[in-house]
Each structure stands twice: as structure tokens, then as C-alpha cells.
Design a protein around this ligand. Structure first.
Ligand SMILES: N[C@@H](CCC(=O)N[C@@H](CS)C(=O)NCC(=O)O)C(=O)O
Length: 207
């Protein structure tokens, strides 16, 4: 398998899942800051010009974080990263969707790519503030409705934790936000996992 990633991008969550699974895989750098996602060699891999993208080992590439996470979890059952109980699996997919479909784009893409949300440069600081406000609101929603223990699902550790981790990491390391208590504990629990430490180190990111 080969993961196309950019250091500190949302692909970090998939990188963590691969480290948790522990099977051999390669990393292929797509330097977003240099616009590598738009270069023909990567567009041939993922025409959407986004990371993560996962070559499953035979040239068949998967895109979209929730689907890659689900596929990795299901195809490596021994790693125990995708709940087997139907209700718990459904809740896992629900969490993946909330992180990747709402918190990431509405909360953080607004902060990191403000120009995508307004044609007027002078309005960009307002877009960044709006992103922070939304991200804080989404985190509060998770905090108030937390049904997990240490990890976000009541069923235990899963790919959903790797997803929640990357937005928590952005919030605290890039956005200067303070997480509500339960999410702060979740972030700490994730940082204590060797797989998370290895992924951060391999991407050259601070713990
Ligand atoms: N819907 C995609 C979104 C992935 C995404 O937005 N990735 C960002 C990095 S965090 C990216 O590749 N951005 C490149 C760009 O916007 O030019 C998913 O869930 O995988």
C-alpha cells in the first residue's frame, strides 16, 4: 500500500491508522504548499487533487478520508479498528462524516484556506474568525454529547479516533484554540499512543 500525504494535513489520520495496523506501506509526499496536488503526476493518482489518497497495493486508488478509514478498518479486522457490531459501526461512520464533512471543511478549511471562501482579500480575517467560531461550536457539540470513555465511541478505540485526532491537533497546534475538557483528554490519550507518535515523527511534526 502507498499513502499519498502532506505533513500535518488530514492525511495524518490515515497515516495513524496505517501505523496502528502495522503492515508495511510506503509514504508518498504531496507537498500541498508547493502545489504538488495540481501537478500531472499526482492528478493521475487522484484527479480531485487532494490528500489522503491510498493506493491499495495494486494501483487501485481510494480517496475520501471516511472511505479510506472504513476500508482499512474492514480489511484489517485483526487490528480491531472498525467496530463489528452493526450499531457501533454505524456510529463510527457517523463520527467520520462529522469530522470530515463538517468540522474539517467548515471549521478548519475556512481558517487555513480563507481565500476559498471569499473573493475579497480584506474579508479573509473574518472568514478565519468564522472558522474558529464554528470549530469551537462543533467541539462543544461533541463535548456535550460525549458517549465514549477515553475514546470517542462507546465501543472503544476505532478509526473515528484517528479522525477526531487530526482536527484536535490542528485546533491546538495550528489554531491556538483550547479544547473542551473531554476532547483535551482525548487528544492526550491519542498522543500517548505509539502509533500516533510514530506518525507525527515520520511527518516531522511536534508532539
Ligand atoms: N473530502 C476529502 C477532503 C480532503 C482534503 O480537503 N484534503 C486537503 C488536505 S487537509 C487537501 O488535499 N487540500 C489540497 C487543496 O485544497 O489544494 C477527504 O475527506 O479526504
Amino acid at each position: 500500500m502507498k499513502l499519498y500525504y502532506s505533513p500535518g494535513a488530514c492525511s495524518l489520520g490515515i497515516h495513524i491508522i496505517l501505523e496502528e495496523i502495522g503492515k508495511p506501506y510506503d509514504l508518498s509526499l504531496v507537498a500541498l504548499k508547493e502545489g504538488a496536488q495540481h501537478k500531472p503526476d499526482f492528478v493521475a493518482v487522484n484527479p480531485k487533487s487532494k490528500v489522503p489518497a491510498l493506493d491499495r497495493g495494486d494501483g487501485r486508488v481510494l480517496t475520501e478520508f471516511p472511505v479510506i478509514a472504513w476500508w482499512l478498518g474492514k480489511s484489517n479486522p485483526e487490528a480491531g479498528l472498525m467496530p463489528t457490531d452493526f450499531e457501533a459501526e454505524t456510529r463510527c461512520l457517523e463520527m467520520l462524516d462529522y469530522v470530515c464533512g463538517t468540522i474539517h471543511p467548515q471549521g478548519f478549511t475556512r481558517q487555513f484556506r480563507a481565500a476559498n471562501f471569499t473573493p475579497t482579500e480584506a474579508d479573509q480575517p473574518k472568514v478565519v474568525e468564522q472558522g474558529k467560531t464554528l470549530a469551537a461550536k462543533y467541539f462543544e457539540t461533541l463535548e456535550k454529547n460525549w458517549t465514549g470513555g477515553t475514546y470517542v465511541l462507546a465501543s472503544g478505540y476505532s478509526v473515528a479516533d484517528a479522525a477526531l485526532f487530526f482536527v484536535e491537533y490542528w485546533a491546538t497546534r495550528r489554531s491556538g484554540m483550547t479544547l473542551p475538557p473531554q476532547l483535551a483528554k482525548h487528544l492526550d490519550a491519542m498522543l500517548a499512543r505509539p502509533a500516533v507518535q510514530r506518525a507525527l515523527q515520520q511527518e516531522g511534526l511536534p508532539a
